[in-house]
Design a protein around this ligand. Structure first.
Ligand SMILES: Nc1ncnc2c1ncn2[C@@H]1O[C@H](COP(=O)(O)OP(=O)(O)O)[C@@H](O)[C@H]1O
Ligand SMILES: [Mg+2]
Length: 286
């Protein structure tokens, strides 16, 4: 973990809208080292997915840019694999065949048929999916589908793994299992990871650094927290570790004090609550 290999410099983006251009991001600066695990956290709608999509090459920044290993990123590439919140598996293919699709894209002509088969099976094994590799997406659970999506991404041996709330749609127990396997895999393979999450515990447990984003429009990097907890990390041991809880409260303070978000819906709810309380207050005064 030494040299900078991924660099976002003054990244900004404007989306055309019927009401005129909307500035979603402004001056996003971020330098990431090889093998680093970075989380992006911030309130809903601040621009996290937009940052990830720019790094993935799916969106083009309006200002500034992204450089990976000295090369400007302008389009998607197999060295940057993306895992979305809702698996994007092809429904008519088995788990094995879904992974095969990615593997063929990267290794066609480089690996023999046997090598490819072994490689696909190896990656399915990493996410503990060997037992169900010949099932189709509609025959397996949400957590299992997400595992296959991760296996497919890993099997392409990406230098950078981009994950947009990969565990967001899963129940707490499944999420915990997948977080643990992701930590193990990343420890073994040393990929660079950028993961979006809105789960504070997930961010602290998994990350080397947590990038906290300000609210939009024109969202940017607010603060960056270095998480210096030794690895491997154990969720149970960390639960009452003072350092862990210190990091946790730093993120919570950023989100709920410094970048407090007032949703129109909760403002309405608050108004209603006030109306309800008003007669009671009047009574108590009387
Ligand atoms: N293609 C687009 N066109 C117009 N506005 C967009 C587009 N993509 C995202 N936005 C806007 O940019 C902002 C950031 O969105 P997004 O990156 O999805 O937020 P997050 O992932 O943090 O919830 C939002 O206000 C969203 O409405
Ligand atoms: Mg998003």
């Amino acid at each position: 973990m030494s040299q900078i290999h991924l660099e976002l410099t003054r990244v900004g983006i404007e989306f055309p809208t019927p009401k005129g251009p909307f500035c979603a991001l402004r001056d996003v600066d971020l330098k990431i080292k090889k093998g680093e695990f970075v989380s992006l956290i911030g309130h809903s709608g601040c621009g996290k997915s937009t940052v990830l999509n720019i790094v993935a090459g799916l969106y083009q920044a309006t200002t500034g840019g992204v450089v990976l290993n000295g090369r400007e990123v302008n389009e998607p590439g197999p060295e940057r694999a993306v895992v979305f919140q809702n698996h994007s598996l092809l429904p008519w293919l088995t788990a094995y065949e879904n992974v095969e699709l990615g593997v063929k894209r990267v290794f066609k002509g480089k690996k023999t048929k046997t090598e490819m088969r072994e490689w696909i099976e190896h990656n399915l094994e990493l996410v503990h999916m060997t037992h169900a590799m010949h099932k189709r997406p509609d025959e397996i659970s949400g957590g299992m589908k997400q595992r296959v999506g991760i296996a497919r991404a890993l099997a392409m041996e990406p230098q950078v793994l981009l994950m947009d709330e990969p565990f967001g749609a899963l129940d707490a127990l499944t999420r915990a299992h997948l977080q643990d396997s992701l930590m193990e895999i990343q420890n073994e393979l040393g990929n660079t990871v950028i993961m979006i999450t809105h789960d504070v515990d997930e961010a602290v447990l998994l990350s080397d650094r947590i990038v906290m984003m300000t609210n939009g429009p024109a969202a940017t990097v607010g603060e960056i927290l270095d998480v210096k907890l030794p690895r491997p990390r154990n969720r149970l041991e960390l639960a009452d570790n003072a350092e862990y809880n210190g990091y946790r409260s730093a993120v919570l303070r950023f989100l709920y004090e410094k970048q407090k978000k007032i949703e129109p819906i909760s403002a309405k709810r608050a108004e209603k609550q006030l109306e309800k309380d008003a007669p009671a207050q009047a009574k108590s005064v009387a």
